[in-house]
Design a protein around this ligand. Structure first.
Ligand code: B12
Length: 244
């Protein structure tokens, strides 16, 4: 068992910093309200270190204070990578040898979400973090549908392309849009295609909880900092099999 506490000024002092906005005009009472909220969140003592008016009737606060909570690292639950990270050469070779055709991928940013940088980083040639995107893999056939794609359009394109995998991006999380859109998308695929004929469903975005795949009806969730090679390696693992 490993117990840790936050570190601020000295080891294990429990100091944390939080920021939030209250719908109050910036004055002394608003600052007191911010400290009250921090106290109720378990910060004791809580020091107000920054307050700034944010438009009319709103104030942004940063509060620094001590929490008494302990973190047991043995109880942490995360999705560990449970497949080997392959090189681009290995990925192309195993698809060619075992699948004997190109693996087809359809990607889109669904709903009203127009944040395409993430899905482009995974799919487009230029890639991210020094890795080229899936379009650069000879044995992957990639269709990037872009932004604000409706679920019916996505299902139709996946069907027309005989997609092996559908990659969806959701960046906006306001009012849980990413969860609602993902559930609508997975339900539409379940309705439109029988099990066994359905493409592998993958969603990604910076604010997804990777533990929620089953709950959202998808096969895998990728979050912050994902690279194209991780996604390509997962596709091979899930759809083609081991490279040996
Ligand atoms: C650039 C940007 C924009 C650009 C988008 C341009 C474009 N073509 O994408 C523009 C200016 C258009 C924009 C508009 C808006 N934006 Co904006 N935007 C951002 C910003 C600054 C960066 C996002 C980004 O490009 N990140 C870089 C990429 C590489 O990272 P990523 O998306 O996380 O992707 C990685 C992983 O998540 C993962 N991944 C992502 N998708 C997928 C998919 C798959 C299949 C896989 C495997 C992996 C994967 O892999 C990627 C690579 O590692 C963020 C703030 C921030 N710093 O994040 C706000 C942000 C996302 N925007 C926000 C908002 C509110 C908006 C607007 C509503 C603003 C407005 N009032 O008009 C509009 C909405 C427009 C719309 N209809 O969607 C909020 C969202 C808040 C929330 N809770 O939802 C943010 C967080 C800013 C903020 N703090 O308020 N935005």
């Amino acid at each position: 068992m490993t117990i840790v506490r936050p570190y601020g000024d000295t080891t294990g002092d429990g100091m944390v910093q939080v920021s939030f906005t209250l719908p109050l005009v910036h004055d002394k009472r608003a600052e007191g309200a911010a400290v009250q909220l921090a106290n109720k969140m378990g910060l004791d003592p809580a020091m107000l270190v920054h307050a700034k008016p944010m438009g009319e009737g709103f104030t942004f606060f940063v509060v620094y204070g001590r929490v008494n909570h302990l973190v047991d690292t043995d109880e942490v639950q995360v999705v560990e990578r449970d497949f080997p990270l392959l090189s681009a050469k290995e990925i192309n070779a195993v698809i060619k040898r075992k699948l004997r055709r190109r693996l087809t991928v359809v990607g889109a940013c669904i709903g009203t979400d127009a944040h395409t940088v993430g899905i482009d980083a995974i799919l487009n040639l230029k890639g991210i973090a020094g890795e080229k995107g899936l379009e650069s893999y000879r044995e992957l056939a990639v269709t990037n549908m872009g932004a604000q794609v409706s679920v019916p359009e996505l299902v139709e394109t996946a069907r027309a392309q005989k997609a092996d995998a559908v990659l969806v991006s959701q960046v906006v999380t306001q009012r849980d849009a990413h969860l609602l859109n993902t559930r609508a998308m997975s339900a539409a695929f379940r309705e439109a295609m029988p099990a066994g004929r359905r493409p592998l469903l993958i969603v990604g975005g910076p604010r997804f909880d990777e533990l929620m795949a089953a709950d959202l009806g998808v096969d895998r969730i990728f979050s912050r900092g994902t690279t194209p090679r991780e996604v390509a390696s997962y596709l091979v693992h899930a759809l083609v099999g081991s490279p040996s």
